[in-house]
Write a protein that binds this ligand. Structure first.
Ligand SMILES: *[C@@H]1O[C@H](CO)[C@@H](O)[C@H](O)[C@H]1NC(C)=O
Ligand SMILES: *[C@@H]1O[C@H](CO)[C@@H](O)[C@H](O)[C@H]1NC(C)=O
Length: 171
């Protein structure tokens, strides 16, 4: 079981994987799913096939990385709701928390595609924060690495843009 102190020990190993090594090698030493596990997440949180990914250190206390994940095409996969991954999906990851997500949406029962902002590990659960909703699921739903299916792109909205609209509506 990984803990926050383990990740400090693993930090040099993760940092040693430079972005260029990760992006260039079809068989990197550490794949994205293993990296997710090292950081306390279930491996299937992000589907395959990931074309390339890069991480770069963005802070030391706690160890934090910016990541960029590339899919060949816009990609759809069903967990609870239907999930959409833009060809370029970015965010920040630290032990037990992924934040600042851009390029990932879920289709809510209303049919609308809502941007996901962040994911936090809380015990056995994952708490997903969306532009206007927070949902909690058992992490077991994300253990299996699923395969996503190519599909049409969905217009991008930056988190900032949606936050501003929500703030404006609330004022
Ligand atoms: C990490 O990403 C954030 C948000 O895109 C950016 O502001 C910051 O400069 C990045 N940090 C590094 C070290 O690349
Ligand atoms: C999010 O906001 C939209 C309006 O922009 C609304 O139609 C939708 O029902 C909201 N979704 C949730 C889960 O509250």
């Amino acid at each position: 079981m990984a803990t926050a102190s383990h990740i400090l020990l693993l930090l040099p190993a993760i940092v040693a994987l430079t972005p260029s090594t990760l992006a260039a090698s079809p068989n990197p030493n550490l794949n994205l799913h293993q990296l997710l596990q090292l950081l306390g997440f279930p491996p299937g949180l992000i589907p395959d096939p990931v074309e390339a990914f890069t991480i770069s250190p963005a802070g030391l206390l706690p160890p934090t990385f910016n990541f960029t994940i590339h899919f060949k095409e816009p990609c759809y996969v069903q967990y609870v709701y239907l999930n959409y991954f833009a060809p370029v999906f970015t965010g920040k990851i630290t032990f037990g928390k992924i934040s600042g997500l851009r390029g990932h949406k879920n289709q809510f029962p209303s049919g609308e595609w809502i941007d996901m902002y962040d994911v936090t590990v809380v015990g056995q659960n994952l708490v997903f924060k969306f532009a206007n909703a927070t949902v909690t699921y058992d992490r077991a739903l994300f253990e299996e690495v699923k395969t996503c299916t190519d599909g049409p792109p969905i217009a991008d909205h930056s988190n900032q843009h949606i936050s501003n609209k929500l703030t404006a509506r609330m004022n």
